[in-house]
Design a protein around this ligand. Sequence first.
Ligand SMILES: O=C(CO)COP(=O)(O)O
Length: 105
Amino acid sequence: MARESLPQSDGPFLLAYEPVWAIGSGRAASVGEISAMHDALRNLAGPQTPLLYGGSVKPENAGALAEIRNVDGFLVGGASLDPETFIKIAAQLNEAERNCERASV
Ligand SMILES: O=C(CO)COP(=O)(O)O
């Protein structure tokens, strides 16, 4: 059923996992929950599809969430309303990407 809900066109798309209970609640999904879901989505969507996590992403958890395998980015809601907060989250994603590149060299 999940496979049928993916776009049928050949064009690129992003796929997001956003548990409804995590949206605006201040409580993000756990690393284990996100990891399991994103691994399953990677198998479903293939290697080229960027996978985003959304739900209570904030500077305090962005670093740990960005390190999860198969998390390529975030959907940021409330924390995007303050530019400085948003930039802190973006910086942690960049740092995680640099760590990943270092680890693969
Ligand atoms: O709805 C969201 C992004 O689409 C997430 O919102 P919060 O980051 O405020 O939980």
